[in-house]
Each structure stands twice: as structure tokens, then as C-alpha cells.
Ligand binder design. Structure first.
Ligand code: PGA
Ligand code: ZN
Length: 421
């Protein structure tokens, strides 16, 4: 069967917030690969550009018809006839066609849709699972999920300043065991929240509970009570991760938490105090995207003790990561395919992080769809961690369930990345 691309179709579909996004089908004769592009809400300033139409009469300006037209009119004519397996060639061609550093001419959403759909098409032609097709280094293994339990920030009406309070099921010995542990904790947390008179059913954009708690610390306390309820030992069976997403409460050089204003130094001290008192093993975006000095302070305080991940800081961008490595800040990278805009560049950033001794967490966005590409990607690169959101809402479960299928394909004793700091 030939893997030459014979046709490309693209259309506007809706994501999990009901916002338009780009879907692309890449055909190789009778075979087709399809991908849908995700979309963030708490985006970093340095991300590649997501092209939106800006027409107020259609989807409040959020339409993606221009990006769809760019796929059909500009990209398709150039890559029809090319082998779908030539991922790097296709991605390079699209970057050249675009010609801007942030993919603002064609839109990262147009380019990424084609990039991912080509990978699906190439795997389908070879009749192998996507994760096997993407496993270039023979390092495929199941990742540990980092799972959203309580949501705040821009994903849950700002009931809490911090964005995600997450579970690290560190004691599990396989992916499916980690998932089972997660469900137990999530259910227990629901009971704990209701027991304290909080909303235990309303969930945020990523499926985490969105209660109106008194403080960020109270969210941690609720999670500890949930651990206790299901007899899981903090620091041994389970840990806590935070996505502080501090860029989104950084104003005029200060961090606003509730009615308190913190300097970078005092926020670093606050987070260090929490790490001492709670089983927090990973902190994402503890400082704002351009607060390099704050990042240095935080890394100095905690970089040898826990995982420190840059999301808005690095935006899956090789230049931002190079700067971070050179300054010695953070020790991990959140990897989101649409922040950079092609699969090849995503692989390159992961290789760069590996080289520098930084960890990687493959991550979904708050706006997701039934597309499960990142599940296969996380297995293929073997970096050991994935962040999808919570275990509610089907745009999340489609990835968790795909990982269950992959675990089955890998067979008994599927390699699994156990987390340690
Ligand atoms: P976003 O949030 O997709 O809204 O950017 C996810 C995250 O901050 O990790
Ligand atoms: Zn984040």
C-alpha cells in the first residue's frame, strides 16, 4: 500500500468548551489519518499563534475558517504527492510556507492539524498502532498519569488562584493500577468535599472538582483527607502536584494570592514551606513566564528536592528551553504539541530536554476533543509522565482509555515509568 498523500480535507469542528477548532483528514488512497487540534485557556505569551477569524458574528470571533482555508489552499497543494511517513520533510515544508517564528501566517492550528494527521495516516498505512510508529528510539513505555483533582484559576471561574491540584499515584506499579488508584482518590475527594458542605459535583474545564474553598491550602487539606479515607499513604502511595499557573495572577511584578501580594522571593518561600509541610512532589509554573529571577530563586530553593516544570515558561519552544537550561532554572518541561505547532519540533524539544537532563510531561490542553494522539505520543517518547486533566469528561477519558488499550498491546509486564524525585 502506498503512503503517498492523495488528498487532504479539513473542517471546523468544536472542542470541549464548544469553541471551534481545526480537524484535518490526510488520505493515502483508501487509508485516512485524522487529527483534531486542542486549545488552551491559560496560554503562555510565547506560544505559537492559534489563528482565529475574529469575526464577531461567528462564534464570538473564535471561528477557525481561515486556518481551515490555509490547510486546503496553501498547505494541501504542496504536500499532496509526498509520503505521509516523511514527517520531518512535511513539517519543515509547512514551517517554510509559513515563514514566521510563531506560525502566525498560516496558524499553528492549521499546521499542527496536518502534522498530526500525517502521522496517523502513516501509521494506518503501515497497519501499526500510532505509538509504535512514533517510537523512534525504542524507548516506549507507559507513563504515570498526573491527574487533576481540584481546579481553580482560569479553568474554574477563579474560585482558587492556583490552577490545578493534582494527584501523583507514585506507588502504582503499572498504568492501570495508577488509574485505579486515581479513581479511588477522586471518589473519596467527592465524599470529603460534600461532607464539608462544598460542591462535590461541579467540575472545571479539565474535569477536576471546582469547589468554592476558602484558600489554596484548603484544597491540599481536602486532598489529604481523601488519601486518608482510602488508606493511601502520602509520599509513599500518593503525592501531590501543583500547577500554580502563576503567570495568571502576576500583576505589576507581584503575585496576588487572595488579598495578599507576594514578591517572587516570598512566593518561593511560601511554596518551599508547603513542600516542607505537604507531600508536594512537583510544581508547575511556580513563577510567571518572564520572571526569570523568580525562577532562579525557586530552583535554588526546590530544584534538588522536587520536580519543577515550566509550562508558560518554556511553551515547548527550543529557544525558551535553551535559555532556561543555560540559566539553570526548572528541571522539567511541560510538552504541549500546539504550543510549538508540529510533531517534529515536539520531538526535537523532547530530545533537547533529555539531553539537558530535564524531565518531560506530555500534556493536554484545557480545550480538548476526542483526539487521543497525545496518549500514543507519551508512550512513544517514553519520558514517563502524562497530564490529561481529571478522570471525568470524555475528552479526557478518551486519552486515559487509549492508554489502557496501549498497555494491553504492550502485553503483560508493559514497561512502566515509576515516578521518583
Ligand atoms: P491550558 O492549561 O491548556 O488552559 O493552557 C493547561 C495548563 O496550564 O497546564
Ligand atoms: Zn500549566
Amino acid at each position: 500500500m502506498s503512503d503517498r498523500i492523495t488528498a487532504i480535507r479539513a473542517r471546523q469542528v468544536l472542542d470541549s468548551r464548544g469553541h471551534p477548532t481545526v480537524e484535518v483528514d490526510v488520505h493515502c488512497g483508501e487509508t485516512m489519518g485524522r487529527a483534531i487540534v486542542p486549545s488552551g485557556a491559560s496560554t503562555g505569551k510565547h506560544e505559537s499563534l492559534e489563528l482565529r477569524d475574529g469575526n464577531p458574528d461567528e462564534y464570538a470571533g473564535r471561528g477557525v475558517r481561515k486556518a481551515v482555508a490555509n490547510v486546503l489552499e496553501t498547505i494541501a497543494p504542496v504536500i499532496i504527492g509526498v509520503s505521509a511517513d516523511d514527517q520531518e520533510g512535511i513539517d519543515r515544508t509547512m514551517c517554510e510556507l509559513d515563514g514566521t517564528p510563531d506560525k502566525s501566517r498560516l496558524g499553528a492550528n492549521a499546521i499542527l492539524g496536518v502534522s498530526l494527521a500525517c502521522a496517523h495516516a502513516a501509521a494506518a498505512v503501515k497497519r501499526i498502532p500510532l505509538w509504535r510508529h512514533l517510537d523512534r528510539t525504542g524507548q516506549a513505555r507507559m507513563p504515570m498519569p498526573m491527574v487533576n483533582l481540584i481546579s481553580g484559576g482560569l479553568h474554574a471561574g477563579r474560585h482558587l488562584d492556583m490552577q490545578d491540584f493534582l494527584l501523583l499515584p507514585i506507588g502504582a506499579n503499572s498504568y492501570s493500577e495508577a488509574l485505579h488508584m486515581t479513581v479511588r482518590v477522586y471518589r473519596a475527594l467527592n465524599e470529603v468535599l460534600i461532607g464539608h458542605g462544598y460542591e462535590g459535583v461541579l467540575v472545571g474545564d479539565e474535569g477536576g472538582f471546582g469547589p468554592r474553598l476558602q484558600s489554596n491550602e484548603q484544597a491540599i487539606e481536602m486532598i489529604l483527607q481523601a488519601f486518608h479515607r482510602v488508606k493511601l499513604k502520602p509520599g509513599i502511595d500518593v503525592g501531590i502536584a501543583l500547577d500554580v499557573a502563576s503567570t495568571h495572577f502576576f500583576e505589576g511584578g507581584l503575585y496576588r494570592l487572595g488579598d495578599q501580594l507576594h514578591s517572587s522571593r516570598s512566593l518561593a518561600a511560601l511554596l518551599t514551606d508547603w513542600v516542607e509541610r505537604y507531600p508536594i512532589l512537583s510544581i508547575e509554573d511556580g513563577m510567571a513566564e518572564d520572571d526569570w529571577n523568580g525562577w532562579s530563586m525557586l530552583t535554588e530553593a526546590l530544584g534538588k528536592r522536587i520536580q519543577l516544570i515550566g509550562d508558560d515558561l518554556f511553551v515547548t519552544n527550543p529557544l525558551r528551553l535553551a535559555e532556561g537550561v543555560q540559566r539553570g532554572v526548572a528541571n522539567g518541561v511541560l510538552v504541549k504539541v500546539n504550543q510549538i505547532g508540529t510533531l517534529s519540533e515536539t520531538f526535537a524539544v523532547i530530545a533537547q530536554a533529555r539531553q539537558a537532563g530535564y524531565r518531560c510531561v506530555i500534556s493536554a490542553r484545557s480545550g480538548e476533543t476526542e483526539d487521543s494522539t497525545i496518549a500514543d505520543l507519551a508512550v512513544a517518547v517514553g519520558m514517563g509522565q502524562i497530564k490529561i486533566g481529571s478522570i471525568a469528561r470524555s475528552e479526557r477519558l478518551v486519552k486515559y482509555n487509549q492508554l489502557l488499550r496501549i498497555e494491553e498491546q504492550m502485553g503483560p509486564g508493559a514497561p512502566y515509568a515509576k515516578f521518583s524525585v
